[in-house]
Design a protein around this ligand. Structure first.
Ligand code: FES
Length: 327
């Protein structure tokens, strides 16, 4: 049987029953992965011809992929086929790890968002924009995105309280400095593409600012010169946070342009009003050759994906992780 890997044009001899991720790795094909268990979505590939047998996995991310995408780690080869791996020169491979961390700080960012800082005896290797699963107790487990730099010696997360939420209720009312937290990851495909030299569009809704901050902080630390247009959408002015960090980043990085957009019209509001996606749509006609990072609630991510696509960004250059409102 033959497996052809595009865009490399490599032809591999394979057997029925081979695992797609293992075949790619055994043959030295660069492919991103982390969990190897269908959870993180990092190993997503596109099947162009033929079929593979994919078990369901439990990836929770929404990626704006089109066509026949599969998780390579969960896919078994059954016939000749052609697969396309994403961006072979932008591979990330951070084998999934479980860290025993503890709470170093927990503080208010807004009336319903907390900044959680964890320290761990060992670092978590991740790419800016990825997320991890935090287990506070055996019953209190949720995914959250890292907001800091991979080289920081702590991990930073932004957690929004969900009314009557079991996990966020625990975090807001019971979690305290010194408590243990198990961290599993990294996960996610909406990580910073470091080789791209053109403009970057970041759209963050609410605590979707966390992964976007990680991306912007890293791009700034690496002295990337890409113009970065960051749109931060919130419900009201009470939900705005992170302005000091963004101001500091803008002072260091003259290529960073930040717009805050408030959904509700407030008398005397100092920011743009409306849907964050409408602001993007008004500001830009043609986004060809841009990259887009979209992070927030699913409806925002879906609307932003449509706008990015309609303005000319190729689907394979739209990177999105939607935050589901797990409580
Ligand atoms: Fe395949 Fe995580 S490595 S889904």
């Amino acid at each position: 049987m033959e497996l052809v890997v595009q865009p490399l044009g490599r032809s591999l001899a394979v057997k029925a029953g081979d695992n797609l991720l293992e075949v790619l790795q055994e043959n030295g094909i660069p492919v991103s992965y982390s969990c190897r268990a269908g959870r993180c979505g990092t190993c997503r590939c596109k099947v162009i011809e033929g079929k593979v047998l994919e078990s369901a996995g439990d990836a929770k991310i929404t990626n704006p992929g089109e066509g026949n995408h599969v998780l390579a780690c969960m896919s078994v080869l059954t016939e000749n086929c052609v697969v396309e791996i994403p961006e072979p020169d932008e591979i990330v491979a951070h084998p999934a790890r479980i860290l025993r961390a503890s709470v170093a700080a927990i503080e208010d960012l807004t009336h319903d968002i907390k900044r959680l800082v964890l320290k761990s005896p060992k670092p978590l290797s991740f790419s800016p924009g990825q997320y991890a699963i935090l287990q506070f107790t055996p019953e209190h487990i949720r995914p959250y995105s890292m907001a800091g730099l991979p080289e920081d010696d702590t991990l930073e997360f932004h957690i929004r309280y969900v009314p009557n939420g079991r996990v966020t209720g625990y975090v807001f009312k019971e979690l305290k400095v010194g408590d243990p937290v198990r961290v599993s990851g990294p996960m996610g495909t909406a990580y910073l593409r470091k080789k791209h030299e053109g403009p970057v569009l970041c759209i963050a809704g609410g605590t979707g600012l966390a992964p976007v901050l990680s991306i912007v902080r890293s791009a700034t630390a690496m002295k990337m010169t890409n113009p970065i247009h960051l749109y931060f959408g919130v419900r009201s002015s009470a939900d705005i946070y992170g302005q000091d960090w963004l101001k500091q980043l803008s002072e260091i990085n003259p290529n960073l342009h930040v717009q805050v957009v408030i959904a509700t019209n407030e008398p005397g509001a100092a920011h743009r009003v409306g849907l964050v996606t409408d602001s993007v749509s008004k500001d830009w006609k043609d986004l060809r050759d841009w990259r887009a990072y979209l992070c927030g609630a699913p409806p925002m991510v879906e609307a932003a994906t449509l706008i990015a696509k309609s303005k000319g960004i190729a689907m394979e250059h739209i990177y999105a992780d939607a935050f589901y409102a797990s409580a």
